[in-house]
Design a binder for this molecule. Structure first.
Ligand code: ADP
Ligand code: MG
Length: 655
């Protein structure tokens, strides 16, 4: 690749159409010349004057000074060739046309390092505004403009949308819209053009996901029995009564499993809403049908816990389970793989793992995995396409689930099991740490347990030392209590032993990093202290807090804060005021935007460039509806549309 192409590539500009859709950030008005003396302050203008002389000055610092009629130009960084260029212009009576802000200086009107050109008198002015494009280091606006104009000329800008749709939604013509946005007249109204572009972008995203969904859905998957003996026995003797929301989600899932096409369902529900048992029910349908089921979780702690839960629930039915650990001998692994329900972390997708007949793949805390990892799990099915159930405790706001999750069917558990004690959240300044320690002693004296969460990324070395330090300090501060440490870098067996001890109340205070963020379920733990809470994301705080309030007793979550900068106060207030995961997710999305909210692992695909999910809500709804219609009524047009928009870009999909 040539240097220039590499820079274009960095901006995602590969196909010629990518340039058509590389739209300006803003414009500069170079269509009229303003006299330097009449230039309005603070606004860049185009001025023109004959060059009189040019020289290098050294005070107050080295600079190129160009004297033109009624105007001085100063360049603090310049090439020798520029000096010569201006000197030649002065000799031959040529003029400088410069764009920038005019300021009052020593000699009258002045400009500092303006964009400029040497011209002859009467040289025509552009008849449109000058577009300023998003760019990258070393790539000039002129280079971008040239390629965009070339592309606008070369590409057919035919409308991909059927006439009827355009008329119904009162959408502007596509060709006119992009032409206008790249070269508008001064004062032109661009709103209709932007509306068209945003709609097209949303529609392309929507169609692309629907195509992905259809493609996967068109494949054959094993039909699973949903009224088999094991499932019936389990349902008739459940450890508790399912909530209405759990029952609804279960029915939606079982309905999918009966079909000869792979299920692609996202099961979302707030922390503690009881997704695990619904997954276990789905697994039983697979076992009843003579296939295997696999349950993949992002951490050892979580998969160990699933392993214990599933053993408790399924072993009495005589279902053989398999647990896959990262470091495991060949022989043991082989034995484990004979289980009917296989549980594990990424160990499930290691190279030497192969399932015999995988009917169902469950991915817990799916947002913690990348697309390739989820794909890898399905590929382990020896040619069979398994049904897929993804679970997430990060509730997805409606606008997001309509757009970024359009390639999945979604079940939502929107109620918590009864009998949960309330969780009170307190915001406490780090200075009041002694009070917090007293509180922990009190709780432990009553037989309760506590988490102390440190604000470190579980994998980072630097962070680890903070957790270790906190642990050492707390051990002294809480002497007499059984305090232990849990972090992501501990050997798996040690982690499991610590978790087990906490589960059995042999540990009273668990000092932990965010390894406990997902899934951990210890009902007797009713107190949580989160240190430097301002450093966590909103959804993360909500997840962490979801670890308590699991027993009948009232729980308390103490958010210790240090220095509150930026929107930290606002964020903590959201957590303080709301216990509703959906509400918190919505605020989180608002404060961080979809890119960060979803996390880069969610998919490497481009997020929306022009449309904004909140601001353009109406267009989102319109695009969702239009996509549903178009894909049925005119698949050719739908494909052409996706091709144009995504072209060389990666497709956005979850499964
Ligand atoms: P999550 O949705 O966060 O994964 P879990 O599946 O871990 O939640 O469930 C949280 C706790 O609630 C577990 O101890 C689970 O056994 C229990 N539970 C689930 N459903 C019910 C229910 N319907 N009634 C009572 N307890 C339940
Ligand atoms: Mg869970």
């Amino acid at each position: 690749m040539k240097a220039l192409e590499r820079k274009f590539d960095k901006l995602g500009l590969r196909s010629s159409f990518d340039f058509v859709l590389h739209l300006p950030l803003r414009y500069e008005d170079e269509t009229a010349i303003t006299s330097p003396r009449q230039a309005p302050p603070g606004r860049p203008v185009l001025v023109e004057a004959p060059v009189k002389r040019a020289e290098v000055a050294y005070r107050p610092r080295r600079q190129l000074v160009v004297h033109a009629e009624g105007l001085v130009l100063r360049f603090f960084n310049f090439y020798g060739s520029q000096l010569k260029q201006f000197q030649r212009a002065a000799e031959t009576g040529r003029r400088v046309r410069a764009f920038g802000e005019v300021r009052a200086g020593w000699f009258g009107a002045e400009m500092a390092h303006p964009r400029y050109r040497i011209v002859d008198e009467g040289e025509p002015l552009p008849d449109a505004l000058t577009p300023i494009y998003p760019t990258t280091a070393g790539l000039s606006q002129a280079e971008l403009r040239a390629r965009v104009l070339e592309a606008l000329d070369a590409e057919s800008l035919d409308d991909t949308l059927p006439e009827g749709l355009r008329r119904r939604l009162e959408l502007a013509d596509f060709a006119q819209s992009v032409q206008l946005l790249h070269r508008p007249q001064p004062g032109a109204d661009l709103s209709a053009a932007w509306r068209r572009v945003k709609f097209d972008e949303l529609l392309a995203q929507q169609l692309s996901m629907r195509f992905a969904y259809r493609r996967r859905r068109s494949r054959a998957a094993p039909v699973l029995k949903v009224n088999g003996a094991l499932l019936k026995r389990f349902l008739s003797a459940l450890p508790f009564t399912l909530t209405r929301a759990q029952t609804r989600a279960m029915n939606e899932i079982l309905r999918d499993l009966r079909e000869p096409h792979p299920m692609q369902r996202l099961l979302q529900g707030d922390v503690g809403s009881g997704k695990t048992i619904v997954a276990a029910i789905a697994c039983l349908a697979a076992v009843d049908s003579g296939t295997q089921a696999a349950v993949m979780a992002p951490t050892e702690i979580l998969s160990e816990q699933h392993w214990r839960k599933f053993s408790e629930w399924l072993e009495p039915l005589g279902v053989r389970l398999g647990y896959l650990r990262g470091a495991m001998g060949k022989k043991e692994k082989k034995q484990m793989l004979e289980g009917r329900v296989l549980i594990g972390t990424h160990a499930l997708i290691q190279e030497d793992v192969e399932f015999s007949r995988l009917g169902l793949a469950v991915v817990d805390e799916q947002h913690r995995f990348g697309v390739e990892q989820r794909l890898a799990l399905r590929k382990k099915a020896a040619g069979l396409v398994p049904h897929q159930l993804m679970m997430s405790a990060t509730p997805i706001p409606r606008t997001l689930s309509m757009t970024y999750f359009a390639d999945l069917d979604v079940s939502t558990i929107d109620e918590l099991p009864p009998g949960r004690g309330a969780v009170t959240t307190k915001l406490v300044s780090g200075k009041r740490r002694p009070d917090v320690l007293a509180r922990i002693r009190e709780a432990c004296a009553e037989g309760q347990q506590a988490y102390w969460v440190c604000p470190v990324i579980e994998e980072s070395k630097a962070g680890l030392s903070t957790a270790l330090q906190t642990y050492e300090v707390l051990k002294k501060e809480l002497s007499g209590l059984r305090v232990e440490l849990l972090h992501g870098r501990m050997p798996a067996a040690e982690k499991a032993a610590t978790m087990q001890a906490f589960q059995e109340n042999r540990i009273q205070v668990l000092v932990a990093t965010t390894v406990i963020e997902v899934g951990v379920d210890v009902p007797n733990a009713s107190l949580m202290v989160i240190e430097s809470a301002e450093r966590f994301g909103l959804s993360q705080l909500h997840q962490l807090r979801g670890r308590i309030g699991r027993g009948a007793r009232e729980s308390v979550c103490i958010l210790l804060y240090g220095e509150l900068q930026g929107n930290a106060r606002e964020r903590l207030k959201v957590i303080f005021e709301s216990a509703d995961g959906f509400e918190i997710a919505r605020k989180d999305l608002e404060l961080r935007g979809p890119g960060e909210f979803l996390g880069e692992r969610q998919s490497g695909a481009p997020l929306l460039r022009f449309a904004d999910l909140e601001r353009d809500k109406d267009l989102v709804e319109a695009a969702v509806q239009a996509a549903a219609e178009l894909i049925d009524s005119d698949a050719v047009a739908a494909r052409a549309h996706v091709q144009r928009w995504l072209g060389s870009r990666q497709e956005l999909t979850h499964a």
